[in-house]
Structures are given as structure tokens and as C-alpha cells.
Design a binder for this molecule. Structure first.
Ligand code: PSZ
Length: 274
């Protein structure tokens, strides 16, 4: 079963019009939530961000957040999902192809369950990252269905045998193709400030909360590629990658080439929240 607006239907019954604006223009927004032990991690934050993204592009959600939440839980129950993810999205709906918004848009909301295992080995050993230009648009705070910039960055990483692509604008580091980036320097955490150049990650919020609890100083200011090269530790954060140590950058080891102590401490605390 999948979620279609306000009800669960068979996947085979769901139909998307070829003129759906999500399909033709990437005109929509989405979320990915993690499920641990049958519970959705930080659901309220994901719902709020979903509404924010939709609002920013003038889409009125076809259901209330309460109804959406109820149906996400019905999906979990129906699929007996203990550990996995739910992807959900809303598009502006279908209309004869034309760039301006249609007169009476009927947004289409869909959602379904996935079962990607937690990347436990990668979280333990760390992963490789490459550096690439940030070629995305200037509203990265919207979790838009338009993912070409991210797709191309991630493909570049994949071709280099790396897990993630770290993006920069004119030498200023922004975030990963599908993750936020943190650097440890002089024992402090550094990460790009919120704004139009990055997505306000939910995992980023959680890491900032943990840092506060542990008394680790956080600097929410952008940093450059040369500062990145001097990092004591690097890690990325996302709903599915959680807190992921980066141990090589463009093939060169980050310090010892093993996950750092601050990163491991944060991972341990994160685990305690699940
Ligand atoms: O399964 C996957 O590959 C996922 S699940 C979430 C993401 C990828 N990416 C979220 C994301 C992003 O796309 C960008 C550009 N920046 C930051 C993030 C992290 O956001 P949260 O922590 O909310 O998942």
C-alpha cells in the first residue's frame, strides 16, 4: 500500500498523470523520515519543514499535517515497518503543460515505505568524499523535487568511488549533495549557517542539540576549502546517513584517516536518542 492524498491504496492502483507538474517541472517538495523501532524520528520537524517547503513555492498541502501524520503511522502499521524510511512528496498536481501555476491546482501527495538498512559499517569506518562545485539553485532551503544539481554531484562522487560530494561556491563550503557537513577545528564544531544556501537538516538540528548538551562549542559560520583541508575531523549528517565520518577527501586522508573522537562521541549520543 502507498499513501495517496488522504488514503492508503494499492501501489498498482496509483496513477500519475503524464502532465503532473512534479513529473514535468520538478514542481513539488518532499521529505524522507527514518523509522526506528516502529517510531518516526523527529516527525514534527519533518512535518514542519514539509509545510515550509510547500509554502515557499505556493503549494497548499491537500491534507492537514495531522492527517498526514496519521497516515504515515498507518503505512508503518500496514507494512509492519520496524526499521526503515518513509518517503513522501507533494506536487502542484496536473494541468496542461504551461509554466505559470494552473488556476485551480489540485496538489497530489504520495508516500511509501522503503527499507534501506542503516549504514552501520560506513558509520564505524568512515567514508570517502570528493569536492565539487555547488551548481544548484539559490533556494537550497527548500526541499524541492528538482534534484539535478544534487544528482550530478552525487554521480561524480559515485564515479570516484566516494560516498558523498562536498559542494562549494567560489571556495566557500556549503553542504553535501544530500547531507549537511560539519568540521571539527580546535575542538569546536563548524557548520554552514542556515539560509538559502543549504537545507536546514533535521539531523543537523539534532547534532547541534547534542553538542550543546555535551558543552561542545558550535560555530555556525561558513568556512573555505583551505580551512576544510586543515580539518581535524569531518562528518556529514542526514536522515539516512545519520552522523557519518568522512575519512578521505579527494583521496587524501583527513588527519589519521580514521573517524575522530568528537565524531564518535556525537555518534554515541545520537544512538542513545533512537
Ligand atoms: O536516503 C537518502 O539518501 C537521504 S535521506 C535525506 C537525505 C538523503 N538528504 C537530506 C539533505 C539534503 O538533501 C541536503 C541537500 N542537505 C542536507 C540534508 C540533510 O537533511 P536531513 O538531516 O533532514 O535528512
Amino acid at each position: 500500500m502507498i499513501l495517496y492524498n488522504n488514503r492508503l491504496i494499492d501501489r498498482e492502483e496509483a496513477r500519475v498523470d503524464i502532465e503532473d507538474r512534479g513529473y514535468q517541472f520538478g514542481d513539488g517538495v518532499y521529505e524522507v523520515v527514518s523509522v526506528y523501532g516502529g517510531k518516526i524520528f523527529r516527525l514534527q520537524e519533518h512535518l514542519d519543514r514539509f509545510e515550509y517547503s510547500a509554502n515557499q513555492i505556493g503549494i497548499t498541502l491537500p491534507v492537514s499535517l495531522e492527517n498526514l501524520s496519521e497516515n504515515l503511522h498507518k503505512l508503518i502499521a500496514h507494512h509492519e515497518l520496524s526499521d526503515g524510511q518513509i518517503y513522501y512528496q507533494v506536487t502542484r498536481g496536473y494541468a496542461p503543460r504551461n509554466h505559470p501555476f494552473p488556476e485551480n491546482p489540485q496538489p497530489v501527495l504520495t508516500g511509501y515505505v522503503t527499507r534501506k538498512p542503516r549504514p552501520v559499517e560506513a558509520m564505524k569506518n568512515g567514508v570517502a568524499a570528493i569536492i565539487t562545485d555547488d551548481i544548484r539553485w539559490l533556494r537550497c532551503d527548500i526541499k524541492s523535487l528538482n534534484l539535478l544539481g544534487s544528482v550530478l554531484a552525487k554521480q561524480k562522487a559515485a564515479e570516484a568511488g566516494a560516498y558523498e560530494a562536498i559542494q562549494h561556491r567560489d571556495g566557500v563550503v556549503t553542504e553535501g549533495s544530500a547531507s549537511n557537513l560539519f568540521m571539527v577545528k580546535d575542538g569546536k564544531l563548524h557548520t554552514h549557517p542556515l539560509g538559502n544556501l543549504i537545507l536546514g537538516g533535521i539531523t543537523r538540528i539534532v547534532v547541534l542539540e547534542i553538542a550543546k548538551k555535551l558543552g561542545i562549542d558550535v560555530v555556525e559560520s561558513s568556512f573555505t576549502l583551505s580551512e576544510l583541508a586543515e580539518a581535524e575531523e569531518l562528518f556529514l549528517t542526514s536522515t539516512t546517513s545519520e552522523i557519518m565520518p568522512i575519512v578521505t577527501l579527494d583521496g587524501k586522508p583527513v588527519r589519521s584517516g580514521a573517524p575522530g573522537s568528537v565524531t564518535k562521541l556525537l555518534q554515541e549520543e545520537f544512538e542513545g536518542l533512537l
